[in-house]
Design a protein around this ligand. Structure first.
Ligand code: ADP
Ligand code: 5GP
Length: 205
């Protein structure tokens, strides 16, 4: 399963993603796709963990060599998903979590429609979105202003997603995210080895 989380900047998708990756019940069944970006590193971010930070030239080389599953320009910087880590994770049976924008979600959906589960995260209000970006205190005022301007058009993409979560109370929103993951994993077409299991049950009757 490829679990895609998108939202306007500051709605809380990275927080929800982090909670899911830390969830003990997940027990290593889920891995984060670490994107590459030309954006400057924030004070709290670690290269290779939150993103791989690249120069514009390095990014172009990866893109032109076809090493990105998807890429997009967002808020004036380039972001992309390296193909190799996603392929390796899926081959070893892990689900992969993507924190990417609507342009990337669209490209991944087109590439592998059957495997994508997409979730759009909304803030409870415009005022709270603004406050969260300010409280996060990692971006310059003009960067925050630009992200708030872009939020309005990003919000129009909600109709392209399978699920929508309003991130008001974090625990409640996280409960919704967890419920989606649990239910999607129980989809019949995702349950491997079911025919053998049924045969074993029948043999015992
Ligand atoms: P995004 O990844 O969507 O840009 P973040 O996950 O970085 O957003 O969240 C933006 C800020 O809002 C962070 O400071 C985070 O701690 C805070 N935040 C996230 N979810 C909530 C919530 N439900 N209630 C209050 N603050 C939240
Ligand atoms: P931020 O700069 O706040 O980390 O991210 C800005 C936006 O870029 C967010 O909407 C985030 O989801 C998106 N983003 C991060 N990585 C990728 C990526 O690899 N591809 C795409 N298309 N968007 C990304």
């Amino acid at each position: 399963m490829m679990l895609v989380l998108s939202s306007p900047s500051g709605a809380g998708k990275s927080t929800l993603a982090r909670n899911l990756l830390r969830d003990r019940e997940e027990d290593g069944r889920l891995t984060l796709s670490v994107s590459v970006t030309t954006r400057a590193r924030r004070g709290s971010e670690i290269d290779g963990v939150d993103y791989r930070f690249l120069t514009a030239r390095q990014f172009e080389q990866m893109r032109d060599r076809g090493e990105l599953l998807e890429w997009a320009q967002v808020h004036g910087n380039f972001y992309g998903t390296p193909k190799d880590t996603v392929d390796q994770a899926l081959e070893s049976g892990l689900d992969v979590l993507f924190d990417i924008d609507w342009q990337g979600a669209r490209q991944i959906r087109e590439a592998v429609p059957q495997d994508v589960v997409s979730i759009f995260v909304l803030p409870p209000s415009a005022a709270e979105l603004r406050q969260r970006l300010e409280r996060r205190a990692e971006d310059a005022p003009e960067v925050i202003a630009n992200r708030l301007t872009n939020a309005s058009t990003e919000l129009e993409r909600w109709g392209e997603y399978d699920y929508v979560i309003v991130n008001d109370d974090l625990q409640r929103a996280y409960g919704g995210l967890k419920a989606i993951v649990v239910a999607e994993r129980l989809r019949r077409e995702r349950l491997t080895g079911l025919a053998d299991f049924i045969a074993t049950l029948q043999a015992g009757l």
